[in-house]
Ligand binder design. Structure first.
Ligand code: FES
Length: 135
């Protein structure tokens, strides 16, 4: 499910300008991200962690359809967090309602890496039952 939340700022962050790798833990799955192929799904911001996960067949939970209106896509960026654009106020507000929030917590549907670093994303334990590979 994709869509637009009319109550949120939907300005799309810039897509990365160079290729990078993103690793999803604890699945241990690394994906090569080619900016020219983005978006790879219709979930979340184009090039977002959720977009990349869904395009790679990693079913990251996203109850609101990737429009910054839940927090089920919560992930912790363990490496390379600085390469994602800053969280918006709307994202920060939504993260406040997520369990187990950490310093580098982000909403997968909102965080868009710029390609300046390889990143490692951990799917929190409470969300892990929902995160599985589709293929
Ligand atoms: S999917 Fe709902 S906030 Fe990301």
């Amino acid at each position: 499910m994709g869509g637009i939340n009319p109550y949120q700022d939907t300005t799309e962050p810039a897509l990365p300008t160079k290729a990078y790798r993103i690793t999803f833990e604890p699945l241990g799955k690394t994906i090569e991200v080619d900016p020219s192929q983005l978006p790879v799904s219709d979930e979340g911001f184009p090039g977002s962690i959720l977009d990349i996960a869904m395009g790679a067949g990693i079913e990251l939970d996203h109850a609101c359809g990737g429009v910054c209106a839940c927090s089920t896509c919560h992930v912790v960026i363990e490496q390379g967090a600085a390469s994602c654009q800053e969280a918006s106020e709307d994202e920060e507000d939504m993260l406040d309602s997520a369990p187990g929030v950490q310093l580098n917590s982000r909403l997968g549907c909102q965080a868009v890496p710029n390609g300046q670093a390889d990143i490692v994303v951990r799917i929190p334990g409470w969300n892990r039952n929902h995160a599985k590979e589709l293929h």
